[in-house]
Write a protein that binds this ligand. Structure first.
Ligand code: MN
Length: 226
C-alpha cells in the first residue's frame, strides 16, 4: 500500500560522545519537588506527583528557542530527564531502574497563563505544556558514564542570574519510583523520555534572554529565547 504522506521524520536527541537517541514519547512529572509544589499553591504532603506529556517532536537542541504564540507568560522549569532503553508494564522499582539508560538536562517550557486558565476551568493542560519547541534538552549521557545522586546540583540561570537551584535529592519521588509508577498507567518502551519535575524558582522568560540549565556531570542546555 502506498503512503499518503511522505515519511515522517523521527525526533531524536544527541548522545554525549556520539550517536542519537530516537524519541518515542515524552512524559513529565508534576510537582515532584515539595518547594515547587508550595510555590504553585499546593500541599506537597497531600498531593502525590502526577503525569502529563508532550509530543515527541517538542524536543529542541539548538541555541535558539522561539517564544511561543498564544502566551505572554512563558516559564522555565529545569528538570532531570530520564532516557529509557527498556520498558514494560507494572515494573518493579528494580526493573524500572534497569530501564533507565541515560540522563539529560531538560527545560519543561510552560505557557503559565494557559496552564492557570486550564486549572481554573478544569480543562486539559496539553497546549499549556505540549507546544512546538517546548522541550529544550541537552545531550543524553549514558548512566554508566556519570554518577547522579542525592547531592547532585540542579540549576537554571537567566541572563547570568540564578533563578532555580536545588539538588536531585529534593525530588519527592526518585527516578526508579517515577518509572515504576508511570508503568502502571502505560507500557513504557525504548525511546521514552521522562521529565522528572522542577525545583522552586520557576519564572517568566522574555525574548532575547539567555538561559543556562545545568545538572552536575551532564551536558548543559544553553539557549536564547527569540
Ligand atoms: Mn515541569
Amino acid at each position: 500500500m502506498s503512503k499518503l504522506l511522505p515519511s515522517l521524520s523521527q525526533p531524536y536527541v544527541l548522545v554525549e560522545g556520539g550517536g542519537i537517541f530516537p524519541v518515542r514519547r515524552i512524559y513529565c512529572v508534576g510537582r515532584n519537588y515539595a518547594d515547587h509544589a508550595r510555590e504553585m499553591g499546593s500541599d506537597p504532603d497531600r498531593e502525590p506527583p502526577f503525569f502529563f506529556s508532550k509530543p515527541a517532536d517538542a524536543v529542541i537542541q539548538g541555541h535558539h528557542v522561539p517564544y511561543p504564540p498564544m502566551t505572554s507568560d512563558l516559564h522555565h522549569e529545569v528538570e532531570l530527564v530520564l532516557a529509557l532503553a527498556g520498558g514494560g508494564r507494572d515494573l518493579t522499582p528494580e526493573a524500572a531502574d534497569d530501564a533507565i539508560w541515560g540522563y539529560a538536562v531538560g527545560v519543561d517550557l510552560t505557557r503559565r497563563d494557559l496552564q492557570a486558565e486550564a486549572k481554573d476551568k478544569g480543562r486539559p493542560w496539553d497546549l499549556a505544556k505540549g507546544f512546538d519547541h517546548s522541550a529544550p534538552i541537552g545531550r543524553i549521557t549514558p548512566r554508566t558514564a556519570v554518577d547522579i545522586g542525592n547531592a547532585t546540583a540542579i540549576r537554571l540561570s537567566v541572563d547570568g542570574t540564578v533563578k532555580q537551584q536545588g539538588t536531585l535529592g529534593q525530588m519527592s519521588w526518585a527516578p526508579a519510583e517515577i518509572v515504576a509508577r508511570l508503568s502502571a498507567y502505560v507500557a513504557l518502551k525504548p525511546g521514552d523520555l521522562i521529565f522528572t519535575g522542577t525545583p522552586s524558582g520557576v519564572g517568566p522568560l522574555q525574548r532575547d534572554q539567555h538561559v543556562v540549565a545545568e545538572i552536575e556531570g551532564l551536558s548543559k542546555v544553553m539557549f536564547t529565547v527569540e
